[in-house]
Design a protein around this ligand. Structure first.
Ligand code: ZN
Length: 443
């Protein structure tokens, strides 16, 4: 039995309503805009600056793991600092400048100062011939290299000749930084939310997830909850591995988990199940998405994607799924300069936030209800329960919810089971159960 279904007492009714907020889309978009220009990588000042911005919303603990630290099969790399980079033509004009767009430099480029003929320079240039107006996003972690990214049109316009290249960077012993925040609930059991913090100016595939989790954490921190909620903002792969290495003894507390990214575009929604495939979070997200969208994509687990790869490695096998709008790698803007602030919209961010709030509502309120008057149907009209809903546009739905709850509340069906069988949103069923409880009909 998934945890949370068998507990007694007051369910945390109202979490969904408490998290709902007019204008949340604009607030999320505003924070994403603030984060967008920062040049992040898996280590370095951009990650710290980003954590500093998030910390204005939520009291993050910031951890620094020294370069060279062994974390399972990996080693924390040297810290990368980038101060500037450009390519200058023989006339002295800058033809590519990191100051214009931080995607122009391959992440983790080693320092270089050289003059090269075009043919030699080209070996270090990355473009997208199929999308000639976009700059690709490229990284070169764990390999000593340098490179530039530019639009294919820029490349085609370069005449033969000598070019001066400068990458003003350093790769030195330092730290890997990550931030985490724990909202303590009544229980030590945790709901983990995790977002990567290592992409430079990519709005959907980074800023959207960071903004959403930060503002969600800020709002949850004011509420009383059953579960404890852990928010992790860590560099992709190496950050999650470092966190797991440091917290191996406590990961058993994680009852539900979501990795999030790409939450600001209008596609999907998409949910990739945990490796377990039948975890509570898998049922919860399937339910939420089915009621939130016409054609949600519910995918089985696969060992490719974001940090669910680490959380769901066989030695951990945590109940952690991946929530996105458009699925990574399937949209033309993905990992290009077109994943910018025009690509994400406040209304899409608000909708993603609403789906996550619905998921929290389910794990907080799900329980096994018991019909206290199970012999024939109780007379709802006499108790004013039909009147309570008369005239409301959702009246018929709610009266159906009363009937479903009363019929299935036999101690064998949870509220989520009932919602699934009735084909109704969980919130409608949980609210009906709450009202029946107020009338002494449900325990
Ligand atoms: Zn990415």
């Amino acid at each position: 039995m998934p945890s949370g279904m068998d507990r007694r007492g007051e369910p945390a009714a109202g979490i969904r309503a408490a998290l709902a907020e007019p204008g949340i889309g604009d607030a999320l978009y505003g924070l994403a805009c603030r984060l967008y220009p920062i040049c992040r990588s898996i280590t370095g000042p951009g990650v710290r600056e980003t954590l500093g911005v998030l910390r204005r919303h939520v009291a993050l603990d910031i951890r620094e793991v020294p370069s060279g630290t062994q974390v399972f099969d990996w080693t924390i790399p040297p810290e990368w600092t980038i101060r500037g980079a450009h390519i200058r033509n023989s006339a002295g004009e800058k033809v590519v400048d990191f100051a214009d767009n931080n995607l122009h430099v391959v992440g983790y480029s080693r320092p270089v100062r050289a003059v090269l003929p075009l043919a030699a320079l080209k070996r270090h240039l990355h473009t997208l011939p199929e999308q000639p107006d976009l700059i690709p996003y490229r990284t070169g972690y764990y390999s000593e290299q340098w490179g530039f990214c530019m639009t294919h049109r820029q490349l085609e316009a370069l005449p033969d000749g000598d070019y001066e290249v400068v990458v003003d960077s350093s790769l030195e012993p330092g730290h890997l930084s990550y931030g985490e925040y724990l909202h303590r609930g009544e229980s030590d059991e945790e709901f983990l939310f995790s977002a990567h913090i290592c992409h430079p100016s990519l709005a959907d595939d980074n800023c959207s997830g960071l903004a959403l989790l930060a503002l969600l954490a800020e709002r949850l921190s004011r509420l009383r909850t059953h579960y404890s909620y852990r928010f992790l903002f860590a560099p992709g792969t190496i950050g999650a591995i470092a966190w797991l290495a440091a917290n191996e003894a406590q990961v058993g507390r994680i009852r539900h988990g979501l990795v999030v990214s790409c939450l600001g575009d209008g596609g999907g929604p998409t949910y990739k199940k945990s490796r377990r495939g039948n975890a509570m979070i898998d049922r919860v997200m399937s339910h939420v998405l089915k009621h939130a969208a016409e054609k949600p994509e519910i995918l089985d687990f696969s060992p490719y994607g974001y940090d669910e790869r680490q959380y769901c490695s066989p030695g951990f096998n945590l109940p952690v799924g991946l929530f996105q709008r458009s699925r990574f790698g399937t949209f033309p803007e993905y990992h290009t300069s077109a994943d910018n602030l025009d690509f994400i919209r406040p209304e899409h961010l608000a909708a993603s936030y609403g789906m996550i709030a619905d998921a929290i509502d389910i794990v907080e309120r799900d329980r096994l209800p018991l019909n206290l008057a199970p012999k024939c149907e109780p007379q709802l009209g006499r108790r004013g329960l039909y009147e309570a809903i008369g005239g409301r546009r959702d009246g018929p739905v709610t009266s159906m919810a009363f009937l479903w709850v009363l019929n299935l509340a036999d101690g064998e069906h949870s509220l989520l089971d009932i919602a699934e069988q009735a084909g109704l949103p969980f919130g409608v069923v949980a609210d009906a159960a709450s009202l029946l409880g107020d009338h002494g009909l449900l325990g």
